[in-house]
Design a binder for this molecule. Structure first.
Ligand code: HEM
Length: 444
């Protein structure tokens, strides 16, 4: 981990400090994130400025606090499925990563498309799970080839998208199957409405039926989001949960306290559980997001010349001191989120320690709010702030309550956890592959 932080510190801390001093700086570098050349299409992540604002405002209808509350029963069902799988597992230690990936995919399929995974096209399901694992299975040369392709001039990149590399082939197929599946889901909802059936509570139904979005969103706009939502919402949530479970397995005392809070709340009944009113659970989620931001270094291309103001002066290699960095239009800026969230100057001497109590004892960094949740940048900030952050928080709340309420987690004797950065931040096991093997014991 320290390598990642050092790397980030070298190339990107500057860019982050800036956001802290003047929040609007992030808006001046609001250009497209680098993978836009691969995906293209209609996905909200890849649009810019006016087009982006308009589409995002319309899509937001499916991601408000009120909308997300309606999805709670689906998250609970998905969480129970993980429990059932754990119950029947007979191995000494269970790799939680694949279970969490499948759960995250199930949650998105049902909440967004309104369709359980079992009813989706089998090739679409398979390709999505492959894409979720793409960044953890790429060789060093594949990563380098993709990164270099991203640096080609725009006209050449348009052609390069069709290169037969493993990652480009996978992403092309995922985008095309996702759009097909999204169109099918939209068609079925329109047909159900024509037949006078009540609309469901899924995101696409809300978008098709809400007064706020139906005039500004075409069916094709909605279907066109399927690919990016599947990708943006899957591995991100699954990896945060996986890192969090390892921290719980390391700290039996923390696990007991969290379980006591969960039992106290669940003991009062399983209906309409007020997950937001569980202080330790929410502190735990914030700490997992702070320590393990799954998108640790998002990239931006400046849309105009701008000045990035720094919170502290730095010395340039010319010896000159400065508190600002000029950025030219078109220049690439890396946002060192992982560094920002471990800066000792902001989070204290124990910034590198997993300590959820910092969110409860008043020692947490208070400053200008720069992200949508808990003053963290894990969901980014500015115009491209994660659209699904409330969705992700509730999904994590529900899954943690279900798992911790019923099981205890401990580290296997030969436990090794390394952290890899390959597009997302991933837990890696002793074999060098993505994985978090944990000993899991039923307690209730
Ligand atoms: C812990 C879980 C999650 C984390 C840490 C996370 C983080 C992020 C980050 C950092 C971005 C900005 C990426 C960039 O611009 O380069 C983003 C964008 C986005 N996320 Fe999430 N995300 C999570 C879960 C979700 C979920 C569950 C969904 C949907 C169901 C979702 C949907 C989106 C969408 C649609 C965007 C694009 C927003 C836009 O460009 O306007 N995310 N997310």
């Amino acid at each position: 981990m320290s390598y990642i932080i050092l790397f980030a510190g070298l190339i990107a801390t500057l860019a982050l400090s800036l956001i802290m001093r003047r929040r609007s700086a992030i808006r001046d570098i609001a250009g497209p994130p680098s993978p836009s050349w691969i995906f293209g299409g209609l996905g909200v992540l890849f649009l810019l400025q006016g087009d982006h604002q308009q589409l995002r405002a319309a899509l937001n209808v499916g991601f408000t606090a009120a909308a997300v509350r309606q999805y709670q029963p689906i998250f609970e069902k998905v969480a129970q499925t993980i429990s059932e799988k754990l119950e029947y597992s007979e191995v000494a230690s269970v790799d939680m990563c694949p279970l969490l990936s499948v759960a995250a995919f199930d949650a998105i399929s049902e909440v967004v498309l309104g369709c359980p995974t079992g009813n989706l096209d089998a090739d679409f399901v398979k390709i999505n799970l492959e894409v979720m694992h793409l960044s953890s299975t790429q060789s060093a040369s594949q990563i380098l080839a993709d990164a270099l392709t991203g640096l080609l001039p725009k006209w050449l990149r348009r052609q390069a998208v069709n290169l037969p590399t493993k990652s480009l082939k996978l992403i092309r197929t995922q985008t095309s199957l996702a759009t097909k599946e999204g169109r099918r889901a939209v068609r079925e909802k329109i047909e159900a409405k024509r037949q006078g059936l009540d609309p469901n509570d899924d995101v696409f139904s809300l978008l098709l039926n809400s007064e706020d979005s139906r005039d500004s969103l075409s069916s094709e706009d909605i279907a066109g989001q399927t690919s990016i939502i599947m990708i943006a919402g899957g591995e991100t949530t699954a990896n945060t949960l996986a890192f969090g479970l390892v921290e719980l397995a390391r700290d039996p005392e923390l696990q007991d306290s969290l379980r006591a809070e969960i039992h106290a709340v669940l003991g009062t009944g399983r209906h309409n559980i007020a997950y937001d009113n569980m202080p330790l659970l929410n502190a735990f989620i914030k700490e997992a997001l702070r320590m393990f931001p799954t998108v640790p270094f998002p990239e931006r291309v400046a849309v105009q010349d701008t000045i990035i103001p720094l919170s502290e002066e730095i010395t340039l290699n010319t010896g000159q001191r400065t508190d600002r960095i000029p950025v030219r239009k078109g220049q690439l800026v890396l946002l060192g989120i992982a560094s920002y969230q471990r800066l000792e100057s902001l989070w204290g001497d124990d910034a590198d320690k997993f300590r959820p109590s910092r969110w409860l004892d008043g020692t947490v960094h208070q400053g200008e709010a720069i992200g949508p949740y808990a003053n963290l940048l894990s969901f980014l900030g500015g115009p491209h702030t994660c659209l699904g952050w409330r969705f992700a928080v509730m999904e994590m709340q529900v899954i943690l309550c279900e798992l911790l309420g019923k099981f205890s987690f401990s580290l296997p004797v030969d436990h090794v956890l390394r952290i890899r950065f390959a597009a997302t931040l991933q837990p890696v096991d002793a074999t060098g592959n993505k994985g978090t093997p944990l000993c899991v014991k039923r307690i209730l």
